[in-house]
Ligand binder design. Structure first.
Ligand SMILES: Cc1cc2nc3c(=O)[nH]c(=O)nc-3n(C[C@H](O)[C@H](O)[C@H](O)COP(=O)(O)O)c2cc1C
Length: 290
């Protein structure tokens, strides 16, 4: 199916964009209005866009039904400060409750049952229950339109960071496995970054991966190896040297697989890839060379 975004109504466009562009982290944004009344709302049109300076951006969109601005947007115009609190599993239901469209001036800390803590540098309080909170000054607000569904980029510069020490590792760094973060998917779906859901990929930045295009054709065109398998092999800097190739060629399982045929060798190599032995896997594959 191919779609023209101009031919979709706002609701269908929202469903398509927010389901495909996921999982999205959640900015739980605390702001105040000119009278100092506190507001707290979640925004998943959110990410980090710069390390130095540290810049977070989230986007309160204009309401689809009438194009009106949300309280958070009005507040950052009135008082250009925000605390962006990170959301983990322990607080996700309460966070969702605060997205209710309460009338202006209603304090969603109270509605959601959250504890406000005074910030160091900005007027909005932070959320005590949140594992990480970023106090920010709003550098600019960039409107992307003026109709229903139009986003407004709130460009927020981090001026103070608060971390709950229970989510640190023994080196004092944030530990993904302890954070238990949640993210927004399409519709009512969320996902949770439990340790069982995490997997690691060796960073390609440290080495100059040879690329999938440098692998012999019979490997690239394998009916057994997956795209992920080829990606991992392409991340090696070079083909294995003669010594490793010779050594691997003497392994009984390699001899047996070679006698069975190319597919068997590819399946054996796949087992090495799954065990994280990438060089050995490529050496096995080279024994299948026609
Ligand atoms: C997890 C989650 C993510 C949300 N993300 C956004 C978003 O990125 N932009 C937006 O305009 N509304 C988003 N909403 C809806 C707002 O939170 C909701 O409209 C809220 O009432 C706005 O509050 P305010 O008027 O006090 O600013 C989200 C709601 C939830 C539960």
């Amino acid at each position: 199916m191919t779609l023209d975004p101009n031919a979709l109504d706002t609701r269908d466009l929202y469903t398509c964009l927010s389901t495909a562009v996921a999982p999205r982290p959640i900015a739980f944004a605390s702001t105040v209005d000119a009278e100092g009344r506190i507001n707290l709302s979640p925004f998943s049109y959110f990410n980090v866009f710069s390390t130095t300076p540290p810049i977070l951006v989230f986007s309160p969109i204009r309401r689809g039904r009438d194009g009106s601005a949300k309280d958070t947007l009005n507040n950052v115009h009135a008082v250009p400060e925000v605390v962006i609190n990170i959301v983990n599993y322990a607080m996700v239901e309460q966070m969702s409750l605060t997205s209710t469209e309460y009338p202006t001036g209603v304090n969603e800390f109270e509605k959601g049952g959250f504890t406000p803590l005074a910030s160091d540098c900005v007027r909005p309080p932070r959320v005590k229950e949140s594992p990480v909170s970023f106090e920010c000054r709003v550098d600019q607000v960039i409107p992307l339109g003026d109709g229903g569904g139009a986003g407004n980029l709130v460009v927020a510069r981090v001026v103070r960071i608060h971390i709950d020490e229970s989510v640190l590792d023994d080196k004092g760094q944030l530990d993904t496995r302890k954070l238990d973060l949640v993210a927004r998917m399409g519709g009512n779906d969320y996902c949770r970054a439990t340790p069982a859901n995490l997997f690691e990929i060796p960073k390609p930045l440290r080495t100059l991966g040879q690329g999938v295009d440098q692998l012999p054709a019979h490997i690239r065109e394998s009916t057994v190896l997956t795209g992920n398998n080829l990606g991992r092999l392409g991340n090696l800097e070079k083909l294995p040297d003669e010594n490793l190739r010779r050594e691997v060629g003497e392994w009984p399982e390699v001899i047996a697989a070679r006698e069975t045929g190319t597919e068997a060798l590819h399946r054996l190599a796949q087992q090495y890839l799954e065990a994280g032995q990438t060089e050995e896997a490529l050496a096995v594959l080279l024994h299948a060379a026609p």
